[in-house]
Design a protein around this ligand. Structure first.
Ligand SMILES: Nc1nc2c(ncn2[C@@H]2O[C@H](COP(=O)(O)OP(=O)(O)OP(=O)(O)O)[C@@H](O)[C@H]2O)c(=O)[nH]1
Ligand SMILES: [Mg+2]
Ligand SMILES: [Zn+2]
Length: 301
């Protein structure tokens, strides 16, 4: 059944083999969409052409070229988190205490995808646990990452004001572990986001409480002059099978200027004599926790 008229659309939610699409050129209702054949490698943010079916359904005919693609992967699977985002905001918090290993992994994935990352440190109101993470935040600031401190739940106004300059004009993916406050932040920035999420959950039969699928929200004028934000489900692992050893080293800002200075060109930066990275570690120029986390990343995951 070929569709008569094709329109450009964006995938604004993806759940298994089902999608929600929003037309790009002319306003219209968001539609449930299915793909033709077996193609399922679309993800939220993808721009596609669709054929309209009735008032509220669509079929995805083809995908348009991705300008960016953020993925995580293990030996067996590649999982696309979002396409066509130009910025990542990694949400962390003191309670539950964020995993710094996952933070390192997310930052490496962003660097590999050529997507600039910033860090949103949420739950500033939890002063006790916060004291324990404050020194770690400073390490990331010293490396050049922008770290923005937020108390999203209790200070929505301040949250919008703090984020407007960084979100305006960008398509930003929110990523991080479960319970850090990503959806709370989306609900603060986008009026009606919770309701829209419930509606999509029902349409796609994806009910449940925490976030189970990714969603694209266009930002309203009160939060940013333009741009979009993508809410994603929290995760417990973040595989980097698609990032080679050498790409990982290049994605560590404190390593980049030392690359090529080790005595052996195939140095693993662990025990080899004449290792420039070990030397920097020993004289305090490299943070020991990041060194340890990085050296523990196995080549396969
Ligand atoms: N104390 C405190 N709690 C917060 C803050 N922001 C969010 N929370 C709480 O943290 C919990 C988790 O928030 P969510 O927004 O659902 O977290 P999420 O990152 O979307 O989690 P997943 O969807 O599971 O990935 C909720 O109980 C929020 O009320 C904050 O600024 N301070
Ligand atoms: Mg959520
Ligand atoms: Zn070395």
């Amino acid at each position: 059944m070929p569709s008569s008229q094709l329109e450009r659309a964006r995938i604004v939610a993806s759940f298994g083999r089902q999608f929600y699409v929003r037309t790009l050129d002319a306003p219209g209702p968001d539609r449930v969409a299915v793909t033709r054949g077996k193609r399922t490698d679309f993800c939220v943010g993808d721009e596609v052409t669709i054929g309209l079916i009735g008032a509220d359904q669509a079929v995805i005919e083809s995908g348009l070229r991705r300008r960016s693609e953020l993925i995580r992967s293990d030996r067996y699977n590649v999982k696309r988190l979002a396409a066509n985002v130009d910025q990542a905001a990694i949400v962390i918090a003191a309670d539950p205490r964020f995993s710094e290993e996952l933070l390192v992994r997310m930052l490496l994935a962003c660097a590999h995808a050529n997507i600039p990352a910033l860090i949103l440190a949420n739950k500033l109101d939890l002063t006790g646990p916060w004291a324990a993470i404050a020194p770690r935040l400073q390490v990331y600031r010293d490396l050049g990452y922008q770290v923005i401190e937020l108390a999203v739940r209790d200070h929505p106004q301040e949250t919008r004001a703090a984020l407007a300059p960084v979100l305006s004009g960008h398509n930003t993916i929110l990523m991080g572990e479960s319970g850090m406050g990503k959806s709370t932040l989306v609900n603060t920035l986008v009026p009606g986001a919770a309701l829209a999420t419930r509606e999509i959950s029902e349409a796609l039969c994806a009910g449940r409480h925490t976030t189970t699928f990714s969603k694209w929200f266009d930002l309203p004028p009160e939060s940013a002059t333009s741009g979009a934000i993508v809410d994603t489900p929290g995760f417990q692992t973040f595989g980097l099978a698609h990032v080679s050893e050498s790409q990982r080293v290049h994605a560590m800002p404190e390593y980049t200027e030392l690359i090529g200075q080790c005595r052996f060109h195939n140095c693993n930066h662990v025990q080899e004599p004449g290792c420039a990275i070990r030397a920097a570690l020993e004289n305090g120029a490299i943070d020991p926790i990041r060194y340890l986390l990085f050296s523990r990343l196995s080549g396969r995951d």
